[in-house]
Design a protein around this ligand. Structure first.
Ligand code: COA
Length: 325
């Protein structure tokens, strides 16, 4: 008997406060024109003082559970992807677990920065495939506004806060016949040699304080275009599929130019690429589930559609997931 995980609900949450490029340009040597041209970003959401990653995660999770017709008590696994946890420990996932009223099973965080959601999805999918979980909540939630150096125009204009979540349920994989629905495959990679091009210059064991994000943008850009193209090919060929079979690309939202280059590589018309970067900026682990929730919520992604997700982040880490919705 083999199992496969299906996505049965999606949810998202963005903090109320919106910070426009114009607002940033009033306190930094930057402009709306520069930010839009180089990144595609027009605005970002920023968490209120006292509003934590767990708060954003709980809102997104409640919406995903409502869409799935389930409550927290029905879950046996939470995997929460974040690089901005409420505290060094315990895992933010356990805070979310208690607020959702889930008392059994397990809950933990995974940390792969902007690839975090793909890593979390792969982890939960593997728990389900091997029969160790039946209903899993996979969350990407971040408050990157707390680790930005607001004096560094090269990084602070790029990121935003938010959370997205999906519920996975175990289904018997019948094999053969019609194409199976659910997570078809996940593909994860890391290469720690590139630590210094995207990292946070603090942490409990390094400085004892939380630190700020540091990035060599051009280098990260170069790796992203190359590595994402590779992993997308890997995901398609592992399933005997071609780019023309795709209904949707749901990419990590780091830079509009990276997204467009992937769309061109796959020869996908722009209408098949889900883009939220203009309104959300880069929300790290939250970006893919936020984009998914939007495209499922407005009816673009429908049952039976083939959806490809991909992301790259600090580490470097990168990955892809192919899902028949
Ligand atoms: C960050 C990024 C937008 C910068 O774009 P770029 O075209 O590479 O620009 P550069 O870094 O070469 O900077 C070009 C110039 O703009 C300036 N600049 C940087 N940020 C600026 C800003 N916010 N406003 C105005 N000018 C800015 C630079 O100082 C530089 O000036 P100089 O030529 O006088 O030295 C781009 O490299 C990028 O998106 N990289 C990938 C980031 C990413 O994906 N990160 C997350 C991975 S999960």
């Amino acid at each position: 008997m083999s199992f496969r995980s299906r996505v049965i609900g999606c949810g998202a949450y963005l903090p109320e406060r919106i910070v426009s490029n114009a607002e940033l340009a009033r306190r930094l040597d930057t402009s709306d024109e520069w930010i839009v041209q180089r990144t595609g970003i027009r605005q970002r959401h920023v968490a209120a003082p006292g509003e934590l990653t767990s708060d954003l995660a709980v809102h997104a999770a409640e919406r995903a559970l409502a869409a799935a017709g389930l409550s927290g008590a029905d879950l046996d696994l939470i995997v929460l992807a974040t690089a901005t946890p409420d505290n060094t420990f315990p895992a933010t996932a356990t805070k979310v677990q208690s607020r959702l009223g889930m008392t059994e099973g397990c809950a933990f965080d995974v940390q792969a920065v902007c690839s975090g959601f793909i890593y979390a999805l792969a982890t939960a999918d593997n728990f389900i495939r091997c029969g160790q979980a039946r209903r899993a909540l996979v969350i990407g939630a971040e408050t990157f506004s707390r680790i930005l150096d607001w004096e560094d125009r090269g990084t602070c204009v790029l990121f935003g806060d938010g959370a997205g979540a999906i519920v996975l349920a175990s289904h018997r994989d019948e094999g053969g016949g019609a194409p199976e629905r659910g997570v078809l495959s996940t593909h994860l990679h890391a290469d720690g040699r590139h630590h210094d091009i995207l990292y946070v210059d603090g942490g409990p064991s390094t400085t004892g304080s939380c630190g700020f994000l540091r990035m060599e943008g051009k280098e990260v850009f170069r790796h992203a275009v190359h590595r994402l193209a590779e992993v997308v090919d890997e995901a398609l060929s592992a399933n005997g599929l071609a780019a023309r079979d795709l209904d949707w690309l749901v990419p990590h939202q780091a830079n509009r130019r990276i997204i467009d280059s992937m769309g061109r590589k796959l020869d996908l018309p722009a209408e098949k690429v889900v883009v939220t970067i203009d309104r959300h900026a880069n929300t790290s682990a939250a970006s893919v589930p936020l984009a998914l929730a939007e495209a499922v919520g407005d009816g673009r992604i429908k049952p039976g559609h083939l959806v490809l997700m991909e992301a790259m982040g600090g580490g470097l880490t990168w990955g892809a997931a192919l899902v028949r919705w």
